[in-house]
Design a protein around this ligand. Structure first.
Ligand code: ADP
Length: 463
């Protein structure tokens, strides 16, 4: 009997659908087919690849409501956010459909009259992607779109909790005319499929979004066959409120950075650092807004904060809040939970903690939940020191209307994405990615197609 993944709704515990786990033989066959498909797809001209990508994007938009509903049911994400994610996921396909036509080479003046030097770009080959559950559509398309645009074939393994959105996106790609073996999806456990991907000679590139320990493991395992790797790993974003910040605006942006997807995004503000002279006013204003958030089942249009993804995620957030309060954090609002392991639902009410110090777990580790820990600083140099005191370097935010403070923060924060008076910086046309242990490579923008291309240098002599 074949084994199944049970996809459950984290708002209700109900079974949404069962998904068959692929056998090892099936996955090896998929890899072989993906490699064979690469040979043909890489020869399809860029304008045709672009046309098919645009068709895929249009078909996704035609099925927007259906995809969003599935996403909400498997991930718990509020339906309005799921609809927004379908648009966001589509925007990567639109962007790279255009970039497909702009994969330029160059010529270099030679140092002799008898030579010509030409540089061309070629696709790297079969790409294997492993994606997380927090953005089941966008994390797939921001890998698949540049890969296909570059002329690579593509295999994705979605997260065990949320395979349904990805399965549907792959079906729609086929309905739009992208050949079946050019985009494939396999299902099963990350640790098992990850080994098959990294051990395979067919796979020329691994692209991954997920936790830092798994990313490190994949980098190590890719070494034997010297695969290309792109890694979008954990974050621990600081959000800094300078003394001169517009507090009303800063509160609004903090809300949008922190509570999207119940705080389960890798660029979520994880630590809020406020200048001591405005900390009380900022906290009061924030708590007033946070207390209004409506928590519930994501299918209810009024819901602003859904459940967290599963029991493991729930336990992690609860234990971080527990650790903080034991070490002296003050509960300004929230610290309430509605989780039931047997029934299978996991709600954490939006929580704001004051008097937070660096020895607390949530100031050292990613939280992935709707919790705002607030700490204070005396001067901007201290804020930078606290912000950078982490192995992570994905996103950082700051709020100031003083250009000198802003320039200083921009230049001294060791993070790949910096939001200056902006709590929502992600966009298909901009390079997303981290420094330090938050990752390797960038996704989005003109940078996002580079990791799927090889450079070939041709030297013609004897002219
Ligand atoms: P999280 O803890 O947020 O679930 P993970 O890094 O564990 O983050 O999961 C992200 C993706 O990585 C998922 O698709 C998961 O199946 C996959 N994964 C988990 N463990 C491994 C592994 N050892 N090798 C490859 N992929 C893995």
């Amino acid at each position: 009997m074949s084994k199944m993944l049970q996809v459950k709704n984290p708002a209700t515990g109900e079974l949404v659908q069962e998904v068959r786990i692929n056998t090892e033989e099936e996955i090896l066959e998929t890899l072989k087919k993906g490699d064979a498909a690469f040979k043909d797809w890489s020869k399809v001209n860029a304008h045709e690849r672009s046309r098919l990508l645009k068709k895929w994007a249009n078909h996704i938009q035609e099925h927007k409501a259906e995809i969003a509903k599935v996403m909400t049911m498997e991930s718990g994400k509020p339906i309005n956010e799921s609809l927004g994610e379908v648009d966001y996921a589509t925007s990567y396909i639109d962007w790279y459909a255009e970039e497909a036509k702009r994969i330029y080479g160059r010529t270099i003046p030679a140092n002799t009259e008898s030579k010509r030097i030409v540089v061309t770009r070629q696709p790297v080959g079969l790409v294997a992607a492993i994606t997380p559950w927090n953005f089941p559509a966008a994390m797939m398309t921001r890998k698949a779109a540049p890969a296909l645009a570059a002329g690579c074939s593509f295999i994705v393994k979605p997260a065990e909790d949320t395979p349904l959105t990805t399965i549907r996106l792959v079906e729609i790609a086929h309905e739009a005319g992208i050949p079946e073996d050019v985009v494939q999806c396999v299902n099963g456990y990350g640790s098992e499929i990850g080994e098959l991907f990294t051990n395979s000679d067919y796979v020329r590139k691994i692209t991954f979004t997920g936790s830092t320990p798994v990313g490190k493991h994949l980098i190590k395992n890719s070494a034997d066959t010297v695969k290309h790797v792109s890694m979008e790993l954990g974050g621990h974003a600081p959000l800094i409120i300078a003394e001169d910040a517009d507090l009303h605006f800063a509160v609004q942006q903090t809300m949008s950075s922190k509570f999207r997807n119940a705080g389960q995004t890798c660029i979520c503000a994880n630590r809020v650092l406020v200048h001591e002279n405005v900390a009380k006013e900022f906290s009061d204003r924030l708590v007033e807004e946070v207390a209004k958030l409506k928590v519930g089942d994501g299918l209810d249009k009024q819901t602003q904060v859904g459940p967290v993804i599963n029991e493991r995620g729930f336990e992690k957030v609860v234990s971080q809040i527990d650790d903080a309060t034991k070490k002296g954090a003050e509960v300004l609002c929230g610290n309430q939970f509605d989780g039931n392991r047997e029934a299978g639902y996991f709600f954490i009410y939006p929580t704001v903690l004051g008097n937070v110090s660096e020895d607390m777990k949530m100031m050292q580790e990613e939280t992935f939940g709707p919790v705002v820990p607030i700490t204070t600083f005396k001067d901007i140099g201290e804020a930078v020191q606290i912000a950078n005191s982490t192995p992570y370097g994905l996103a950082a935010y700051f709020f100031t209307n003083d250009y000198r403070t802003g320039s200083y923060l921009h230049e001294n924060l060791d993070f790949g994405i910096v939001g200056w008076n902006d709590g929502a910086p992600s966009a298909a046309h901009a390079p997303f990615g981290g420094m330090k242990e938050s990752g390797l490579g960038r996704e989005g923008g003109i940078e996002g197609i580079e990791p799927y291309l090889e450079t070939k240098y041709l030297s013609v002599g004897g002219l």
